[in-house]
Design a protein around this ligand. Structure first.
Ligand code: COA
Length: 151
C-alpha cells in the first residue's frame, strides 16, 4: 500500500535524515551536516516530505525583506516523476509568501533540464538582465542560470 505523504516544516530531529537525503542526491556537493544545522538554527525555511518512514524530499529557502531564495530542492530518486518536486516547490513558495517575500530567486545548473523545466512550469524565468548563465557563479567552471519569480 502507498504510504501517505506529509508536507511539513522540518524539526531538529529531521536534520540527520535531510543530510542523508542530500548526500544521496548531491553526493560530493551536498551540504555538510553542520551547515544544515546552522541554517536551521538561523531560521532558514526547510520544508520536508515525510512518507512516515523517512524524509523523501526537501527544500531549503530563505526570505530576507521582499526577496527570497530557493537554496536547495531534492527528491529521492525512487520518488521522482510523481509530482513531488512541484508540490514541494508550491509549499515552499507559499511559505515565502507568508514571510512577505515578493521576488524569489534560484540558481540552477544550465544542463539540469528537469529542474529548469519544473521551475519554468511554476512561472520562473531567467532573471532580467542576465543573458544566459552567469559564468563561474559557484567558482571556476561552475556556471549557473539565475531564475526569478514574482509572487
Ligand atoms: C528536479 C527534481 C526536484 C524534480 O522532482 P520531481 O518530483 O521528479 O518532479 P515532478 O514529478 O514534480 O515534475 C515536475 C516537472 O518537472 C519536470 N521534470 C521532472 N522530471 C523530468 C525529467 N526527467 N525530464 C524532464 N523534465 C522533468 C517536468 O516539467 C515536470 O512536469 P510534468 O510532469 O508536467 O512534465 C528532481 O529530479 C531532483 O531531485 N533532481 C536532483 C536534484 C536537483 O537537480 N535539484 C534541483 C537543483 S536546482
Amino acid at each position: 500500500m502507498e504510504s501517505r505523504l506529509l508536507f511539513r516544516t522540518a524539526t531538529e530531529e529531521d536534520l540527520p535524515h535531510i543530510a542523508q537525503l542530500d548526500r544521496e542526491v548531491f553526493a560530493d556537493v551536498a551540504y555538510p551536516f553542520f551547515v544544515l544545522r546552522q541554517l536551521f538554527d538561523a531560521g532558514f525555511t526547510l520544508v520536508v516530505v515525510d512518507d512516515s518512514e523517512r524524509i523523501c524530499a526537501y527544500a531549503l529557502a530563505v526570505g530576507s525583506g521582499d526577496r527570497g531564495w530557493i537554496l536547495a530542492l531534492a527528491v529521492a530518486p525512487r520518488r521522482r516523476g510523481a509530482g513531488l518536486g512541484r508540490e514541494l516547490m508550491r509549499e515552499t513558495l507559499c511559505h515565502l509568501r507568508s514571510l512577505r517575500v515578493r521576488e524569489v530567486l534560484l540558481s540552477v545548473e544550465p544542463a539540469n533540464a528537469s529542474a529548469i523545466s519544473l521551475y519554468r512550469s511554476l512561472g520562473f524565468a531567467e532573471k532580467e538582465g542576465t543573458a544566459g548563465p552567469t559564468r563561474n557563479y559557484f567558482g571556476p567552471g561552475e556556471d549557473r542560470l539565475i531564475m526569478s519569480l514574482t509572487l
